[in-house]
Design a protein around this ligand. Sequence first.
Ligand code: IMP
Length: 427
Amino acid sequence: MASVVLIGTQWGDEGKGKVTDFLAEKADLVVRYQGGNNAGHTVVAKGEEFKLHLIPSGILYEDKTCVIGNGVVVDPKVLLEELAYLSERKVKTGKLLISSNAHVIMPYHRILDALEEDSRGEHKIGTTKRGIGPAYMDKTLRIGIRIMDLIDDEEFAGKLRRNLQDKNNLLIKVYGVEPLDYDTIYQEYSGYAQKIRSLVADSSLIIDESLKAGEKVLFEGAQGTLLDLDHGTYPYVTSSHPIAGGACIGAGVGPTRINRVVGVIKAYTTRVGEGPFPTELADETGELMRQNGHEFGTTTGRARRCGWFDAVIARYAVRVSGISDFALMKLDVLSGFEKIKICVGYRVNNEVIYEFPQSQKIFKACEPVYEVIEGWQEDITGVTHFEDLPKAAQDYVRRIEQLTETQVTLIAVGPGREQTIVRGEIF
Ligand code: IMP
C-alpha cells in the first residue's frame, strides 16, 4: 500500500499540476479532495500545455483512474466543458469517477459569490467568483444539493424548489436583482445529470479497495496551506481544507492510510487576491519574477503578487500538514538575480518571531527578516542532476532544507515533465 497526499504549501499556484502529473505516472488512482473550479492546474505533457480546473491532472495518463472526491464542489457545466476540452485534445476520459457525496455548484452560488464580494467593498476577499464559498455554505447549512441528488429527479426537483425560494428572496430583497427561474435551471441541470450519471460512484469505497489491492493512490490538493479555512490567513482564504488532513475528509480515507505528504513549494512566493504578504516585492524585482515566472492566474488571468521565499510559511506548512518531502518549483525563475533573499523570521512590535502568527492583525504588521545569499547567473532549465546545478543554487536548496528541517526531494527547473531533478523516490 502506498498513498501520497500532495498539497500546496503557500497561497496556491505553486505548480501542483506539474508534480501531480509527474507522480501520477506511478500512481494507479489520482483523487481530488477539495475545492472546485477555483483551482487552475497547468500541465505540460509531451510538449503540449493543458489547463485543468476540476478534473485531476492524472487524467493525462490514459490508464489512471481519476476521482473527484466528496470534498470537492462540482460545477457540472464546467465539468462537461472540461471533458469536451480534453476529448478535443485527444485525451481519453473514460476512467473518471465522481463521488455521489460531492456537492453541486448551482447558478445562484455563482451569482451570490459575485454579489457578496461586490458588497464587501474594501473588505473584499478577492474570490474567483466561481460560487465556491456559497456552495460550501449550503453544504454546512445542510441544504446543499449533492451529485446523488442531482441524478435523482425527485430529490433534485424538491431540493431545487426549496433552495430557489430562499435564494430568490435573497436576490430580490437583499440585492435588488432579478430572481432565477426554476424551470430554466431544472431543465439545464437535468441535462447535466443525464450526461454525468455514468461517472457517479462511491469513491471512498473505490479508494479503499485500491489501497487494499496494493495499488498506489495520489491525493491531489488544490489551492494551498495559507488558503485553508482553519489554518490559513482567514478571512482571505478559500472555503475548504487544502492541508493534508483535508484529504481524509474530502476523500473518505483514514489518516493511518496516508504514507507521505509532499508539499509543493515555489522557490519564491506568490499570492492572488487580497491580504497581507510580508515578503511582497512591489518593485522591479517583483515584476521580473512575475514576467519570468509567468505569474498570471490560470483561472482568472489576474497578475499574481510576487515576493521572496518565506521560510516561516514553509515551516508552518510542514507543521500543519506533516510534510515529509518538498517539491521545490520554478527554481529556474531565480536565475539571473545577483543576490537572493530568504525570509527567516518576522520583526513585529520590536521583537523577532519565528513562528507563523495566528492573528492577521499581527501578520499584517510583520516585517521580513532576511538572510541574503549569492544568486547564480546560469540557465538551469536543462539540468537533470542536483550536482550539476550551480553551487549557489545548490546552497539555496540546502538552506531551505535546513530552515524547514524537510528534504527537498523534487526540484522543477522548467514546466516540462522532463525538467525535474529527482533526489529520491516518493512512491
Ligand atoms: P474562492 O476560493 O473563489 O472563494 O476565493 C478565496 C480566495 O482563495 C481568494 O483569495 C482567491 O484568490 C484564492 N484562491 C482560490 N483558488 C485559488 C487557486 O487555485 N490559487 C490561488 N488562489 C486561489
